[in-house]
Design a binder for this molecule. Structure first.
Ligand code: ATP
Ligand code: MG
Length: 358
C-alpha cells in the first residue's frame, strides 16, 4: 500500500521542457486518471513514476520514500503498457510468472500465484498457449495478470485498452474497475479517452502542455470546469461553445453572436466583453415553436435509440443537442430549444477562465 507524492516535478528532454513543475498527491488506494491531448505529457509523468525516465527536477515520493534515484525494480510499482509487451516465445503461464521467477521465487511457489491471477482475470483456460494464440483482449488480461501477481504497491497503466475494439474496451474497463475494487491498489491510469477516465477514476487529472489544468472527482470536472479547455475536453458529445460579446443594452445580459442573441444569467463581464458560453448537449431541451430560447436549424441528426443527437447551426456556429428519441426532426428545419440558465458555463473570451460566480 502506498501513496504517491509529487512536488515540483519537472522533465526536460534536452532543451525542451515537457513537464513544468507538477504537484500532485495520490492517496493510498486511490484510482487517479491522467487525461489530456496527445503530447501533453501523460506517458512522461507515468514513466517518471515507474522509474523508466529520469526526473529532471522536483521530488517524487512513493510511500514515505524519496524514489527519484531508485531503480524501477525497487520502486514496488507494476506498469501495464498499451502494447502489452508479452514474451512471444513463452507460454501464458510463464509470462505471468516471469516477474516472480526473476525475483528468485521457486516454481512451486509461483504456480499457485499464477493460478490465482488467472482465475481473477478469467484466463485460466489459456495458460498453456502462447501470446500469438490469444485475442487482443486476452493478451491484455495476461499483461494485467503479470502486473497483479507481483502484488505491487502501485499499478501504472498507460493506455492499456487503446488497441482493443470499442466493445472489448468497455468490457475491459469494467474488469479493471472490478480489479481495483477487489485489490484496492493505488492506481494511476493514463488515457486520452475522457470517458475511460470519467468512468474509472476516483479523481481525474487533466494535463495540457506539461501542466495540470484541473484535477478533481469526475463529476466536479463535468459540472464545474475551471476553463474552456476542460469544459470541452470532459463530456461526450463535446460541450457546445458560443463565442460572442456581452450585450447589456436591454437590462438582462445577452450574448450577441452575429445576428443572433442568447439569454444569459448574471455574468461578471462588462458590456462588449468577449465571452465564450458553454452548454452541454444534454442541457438543451426541445421546446414548442416560439417558446424556446434559441432557434437553430437542423443539419443532420443521429438516432442512438436511447436519444437522438441533433447537429444544428445557430448564429453561424455549430451546436449539438441531445434530444429525446421521439422528437420530430427534419433536415434544414428550424427547431426551438430551451435551457436552464443555471446550466450555462461562462468562460472569459480572452483567456478561457471560468467566470461563473458559484
Ligand atoms: N524521448 C523523448 N525525447 C524528446 N522529447 C520527448 C521524448 N519523449 C516524449 N517527448 C516529448 O514530450 C512531450 C510529452 O510526451 P508524452 O509521450 O508524455 O505525451 P502523451 O501525453 O503521453 O501523448 P500521447 O497521448 O500521444 O501518448 C511531447 O511533446 C513529446 O514530443
Ligand atoms: Mg502517451
Amino acid at each position: 500500500m502506498a501513496n504517491i507524492h509529487m512536488e515540483g516535478i519537472v522533465k526536460d528532454y534536452g532543451s525542451v521542457r515537457a513537464i513544468h513543475g507538477v504537484d500532485l498527491h495520490v492517496n493510498d488506494g486511490e484510482f487517479v486518471a491522467f487525461v489530456g491531448p496527445s503530447g501533453c505529457g501523460k506517458s512522461t509523468m507515468l514513466r517518471m513514476i515507474a522509474g523508466l525516465e529520469e526526473i529532471s527536477g522536483g521530488a517524487l515520493r512513493i510511500g514515505d520514500r524519496l524514489v527519484n534515484d531508485v531503480e524501477p525494480k525497487d520502486r514496488d510499482v507494476a506498469m501495464v503498457f498499451q502494447d502489452y509487451a508479452l514474451y512471444p516465445h513463452m507460454t501464458i503461464r510463464e509470462n505471468i510468472g516471469f516477474g516472480l521467477k526473476m525475483r528468485g521465487w521457486k516454481a512451486a511457489d509461483i504456480a499457485p500465484k499464477v493460478e490465482e491471477a488467472a482465475r481473477i482475470l478469467q484466463i485460466g483456460d489459456y495458460l498453456d498457449r502462447r501470446p500469438g494464440q490469444l485475442s487482443g483482449g486476452q493478451r491484455q488480461r495476461v499483461a494485467m495478470g503479470r502486473a497483479i501477481i507481483r502484488e505491487p504497491s502501485v499499478f501504472l497503466f498507460d493506455e492499456p485498452l487503446s488497441n482493443l475494439d470499442a466493445k472489448l474496451r468497455v468490457e475491459m474497463r469494467t474488469q479493471i474497475k472490478r480489479l481495483h475494487a477487489m485489490l484496492g491498489t493505488t492506481t494511476i491510469y493514463v488515457t486520452h479517452d475522457q470517458t475511460e477516465a470519467m468512468t474509472l477514476a476516483d479523481r481525474v487529472v487533466v494535463l495540457k502542455a506539461g501542466h495540470i489544468v484541473q484535477e478533481g472527482p469526475p463529476m466536479e470536472l463535468y459540472s464545474r470546469p475551471n476553463c474552456r479547455f476542460v469544459g470541452e475536453f470532459i463530456g461526450s458529445p463535446q460541450m457546445n461553445i458560443f463565442s460572442g460579446e456581452v450585450d447589456r443594452s436591454g437590462g438582462t445580459p445577452k450574448l450577441r453572436i452575429g445576428n443572433a442573441a442568447l439569454d444569459l444569467g448574471e455574468v461578471p463581464a462588462q458590456d462588449g466583453a468577449r465571452l465564450d458560453v458553454g452548454v452541454r448537449p444534454e442541457h438543451l431541451n426541445w421546446a414548442e415553436p416560439g417558446r424556446g430560447r434559441l432557434t437553430p436549424v437542423v443539419e443532420v441528426f443521429e438516432p442512438l435509440g436511447s436519444d437522438t443527437m441533433a447537429i444544428c447551426r445557430f448564429g453561424g456556429q455549430e451546436l449539438t443537442a441531445r434530444l429525446a428519441p421521439d422528437v420530430p426532426l427534419q433536415r434544414e428545419q428550424e427547431i426551438a430549444l430551451g435551457y436552464d440558465i443555471a446550466n450555462l458555463h461562462y468562460f472569459d473570451g480572452e483567456n478561457g477562465r471560468r467566470l461563473n460566480a458559484a
